[in-house]
Design a protein around this ligand. Structure first.
Ligand SMILES: [Zn+2]
Length: 63
């Protein structure tokens, strides 16, 4: 019973995630280099601003 509810919930969450990915970010996609965070952790533990997306974490889709 609980397992079935969990499966239904996961199906709804998965569908919502896919729909958001396909329709929500039609103009932008998350930056691959920094994984959408806008920065990455440098060797010495500092936050380095991403030069691909300029810190926004998103890049235009055609880029
Ligand atoms: Zn980036």
């Amino acid at each position: 019973m609980i397992f079935r509810l969990l499966v239904i919930f996961l199906a709804i969450a998965g569908a919502y995630y896919i729909i958001r990915n396909v329709f929500g970010n039609s103009e932008y996609k998350s930056c691959k280099k920094c994984d959408g965070k806008g920065y990455w952790i440098a060797m010495r533990g500092e936050k380095d601003k991403c030069d691909i997306c300029k810190g926004s974490g998103r890049i235009p889709r055609q880029y």
